[in-house]
Ligand binder design. Sequence first.
Ligand code: SF4
Length: 348
Amino acid sequence: MDEGTIGRTLAEWGEKPFRARQIAEAKRAGARTWDDVTTLSKPLRQRLAAVGPLWSVTPDERLTSRDGTVKWRLMLGDGRLVEAVLIAHAQGRRTLCVSSQVGCALACRFCATGSMGFGRDLDANEIVEQGLIARHAAEQDGARLSNVVFMGMGEPMQNLPAVLEACAAFHAEEGLGISARSIAISTAGWVPGIEALSRHPLPVRLALSLHAADDQTRGRLMPINARYPIANVLAACRRYCDRTGRRVFIEYLLLDGVNDSAADARNLAALLRDGRFHVNLIEYNPTDGGYVASPVGRRETFVNALANAGIDASVRRSRGADVDAACGQLAARGPSPGPSGPVGPRRT
Ligand code: SF4
């Protein structure tokens, strides 16, 4: 149940406002059901349970990779499935990759989520609860949830009001207390969303999934490029930089024989020459799309070409490959998310 519903329900029943805080604190401390919220009287717990479950999001499957990456398949109240991934770093830090939609309408060719079609938007509470689940897991591991990235299932810019509401809760001291600069919203290039984010007061980061340096290649990988070609998207990113003073992260999957040639590196460097971007070159976690990760040698040549051209770039290693940690791989093993598709778990 979301905080708004809880607050309204308690107010209608004449309960004190601090009861809502007690419930939020119990969720943060790991309470899974109303029975676990022992700061409330039993009759009040029973009354609330009759209204709805404590959580809107329930872990349906949890897998832990050899590299410490944790991946959840999560079931929503209507039985639909999404994913969240918790990535382990040095010094006890953890980054959570959250989902913002069930499935995705943008159909990027290399993405398991894109092959599922669009189901529905998540509401803010369904996004925030992914953070609560991850924070509890990190703390149980003696670690700290320090970063959140919207790089899970869905295009966050197509669900921006809920995403920004969730960002505010992640950032709030009484929420997860995460620095706004440690929250990143990633987009496939939805220009109206980039414009809206550039005017939003919360200083969250922007990441653009570019994945190609020319429209022809990008159009083959990402159908959204027909609507918002590279020049338009980068122009929107530059406006974001100008308005916010923040650089934009460019996400670039290196795909064998597709976008990883020396000419691709030169073209990418030419696009990003003005110093407002940092390039994250990403090792590809293969899905069923028929693409293969670039070999190590070509990846190094690509990185060096960018460095020689003065482009700030780093390589992001593939994490959790043994637990299907690429976006959508785990939920794709569940039922279709589409409006007419079945819902509910197939494998637990
Ligand atoms: S990469 Fe992102 S935007 Fe593209 S289909 Fe997958 S979830 Fe959607």
